[in-house]
Ligand binder design. Structure first.
Ligand code: PLP
Length: 482
């Protein structure tokens, strides 16, 4: 269903009804809304356009009278005609068929709804995995760009593996975590999500099976499923993924790879203990199971630094290590990295070149400068202290408002509180009710299809002074029952 990023002008001499009718007519006649497009409901249109429902209804009636739309099928109002179909002998292609035919699976509808709602003005994002805008280093980045005249600036395509300057900085950065990776074994990617995409299409066969924690962030992005793969979830406990399942499931399903977020797991916040990491690596090494270690939250420890990455103990090169600047510095710069054996990195770099010729050279430059000048460490320290405050506010608000209807973890880092409601609820209804109150939540079934009792809350994005009221509202909505 299309979204409308336009609003009628209330000061115009043209009536609101005529403006709306004209806008939709324009969309239909210039082919932006082809035949078969479902027009949003009158209620949704009225809300997003900021007008009465009767105004929308009158505008749609005019379009229907002209034969452009039809709302009689019971499936809502559809575009049924346009000038092409009226005037031309050959009708336009059936875009509806095309958009359901591509290999890439669509996002879950809840994810699509979240992606749209994140940009509703004034909405409080209580589940978002992103730092709030005031925690991003806008002025430091602005200062960096101001210094550009004195620095060499590269505006051409970068090397296949990414800018040598940035790879050197990443190599130095991960050395502080115990990972010895030369720049040759590092590939710069446009965010860790792209790393997953490259791994899916570059290293694995269709019909492969991937093991992962359940719940997991990976269930929320259909990267591996779109490449024809199956995900098999492993149970977790407070120490991380349960290791005995790994060998069993690897054998049973002939698993090709294991994806894990050992440090400040998304969505549960769990940090795998040092002992568990040792057991984990022993089993994966013994069973020759390649591991993708997604470590994008590592730098956001709030109580104590986490145990070293799995990759730091990986003498045999079984771990592909993913890092990103999205959770600490800027998701919009789209900079992440993969560290792994050189043949793997060469293969993925080749696919990356086929895909987009490399991440933005300006973004690579900015991140490299940020790391090289020591700004990154200062910035992350500041983010950590702000997150500590917000975490405390959220935990306090939960105790006040939800202690009798839910339980939750206290994360030692990252962004997330994994809330378990005592009673199951319709996640869809709760999501819609909260959104109509201006609160955007991430239902837990995005990360584990089988749960209707969990929510992923995040203290990273909502303004600190809005957290308590938003949790109280959430509590009211949860109490309204299934
Ligand atoms: C565990 C995990 N991996 C990867 C990503 C994607 O990050 P990026 O913005 O670097 O693509 C996210 C973002 O939510 C995440 O939580």
């Amino acid at each position: 269903m299309p979204s409308i990023e336009w609003k009628p002008e209330s000061a115009s001499s043209v009536t609101l009804q005529k403006q709306i009718e004209g806008h939709i007519r324009g969309k239909i006649l210039n082919g932006e809304w082809p035949i078969g497009t479902k027009i949003p409901s009158q209620r949704a249109l009225a809300k997003s356009l900021g007008v009465n429902r009767s105004t929308v209804s009158a505008a749609l009636a005019e379009l229907a009278a002209d034969g452009l739309t039809d709302g009689r099928s019971g499936a809502g109002t559809m575009v049924v005609n346009n000038t092409w179909s009226i005037l031309a002998a050959a009708p336009p292609p059936d875009w509806r068929h095309y958009v359901t035919s591509g290999a890439q699976e669509p996002n879950l509808t809840t994810i699509q709804d979240i992606n749209r709602a994140e940009f509703h003005p004034g909405v409080i994002r209580l589940g978002t995995g992103e730092l709030s805008p005031d925690l991003l280093p806008s002025s430091a980045i602005r200062d960096l760009f101001r210094q550009i005249p004195e620095r060499p600036l590269r505006l051409g395509y970068e090397e296949g593996k990414g800018s040598a300057f940035l790879r050197e900085q990443v190599s130095n950065h991960v050395k502080t975590l115990g990972i010895h990776a030369s720049p040759a074994s590092i590939l710069i990617v446009s965010g860790a999500l792209q790393a997953l995409q490259l791994i899916a299409i570059g290293l694995l066969q269709q019909n492969s099976t991937i093991l992962l924690e359940k719940p997991s962030y990976l269930y929320s992005v259909p990267v591996f499923q779109s490449a024809g793969m199956r995900l098999i979830g492993l149970s977790m406990d407070a120490d991380g993924v349960q290791v005995p399942f790994i060998e069993k499931f690897k054998r049973q399903h002939n698993a090709a790879m294991l994806y894990t977020i050992p440090t400040f797991h998304n969505p549960t916040g769990t940090c795998m203990t040092k002992e568990r990491r040792t057991e984990f690596m022993d089993v994966c090494t013994a069973t020759r199971l390649p591991v993708v270690e997604d470590d994008v939250y590592r730098d956001l420890w709030l109580d104590a630094p986490p145990p070293p990455p799995l990759k730091s103990t990986d003498g045999k090169g079984i771990v592909l290590y993913l890092g990103s600047m999205s959770k600490t510095l800027s998701p919009g710069l789209r900079i992440g990295w993969i560290i792994g054996p050189e043949p793997v990195i060469e293969r993925l770099a080749d696919i990356k070149m086929q895909t987009d010729y490399g991440a933005s050279s300006l973004s690579q430059w900015a991140v490299a400068e940020f790391l090289a000048g020591g700004l990154y460490h200062k910035h992350v320290e500041n983010v950590r202290s702000e997150l500590r405050i917000r975490r405390a506010l959220m935990l306090q608000a939960l105790s006040v408002s939800m202690g009798d209807i839910a339980t939750w973890n206290t994360p030692g880092g990252g962004f997330y509180v994994w809330l378990r409601l005592h009673r199951p609820l319709s996640m869809k209804k709760l999501f819609d009710r909260c959104l109509s109150e201006g609160i955007l939540i991430n239902p837990g079934n995005i990360y584990d299809r089988s749960t209707d009792q969990h929510l992923r809350l995040s203290y990273a994005h909502a303004p600190a002074n809005a957290i308590a009221a938003a949790i109280e509202r959430l509590s009211v909505e949860c109490r309204r029952g299934p």
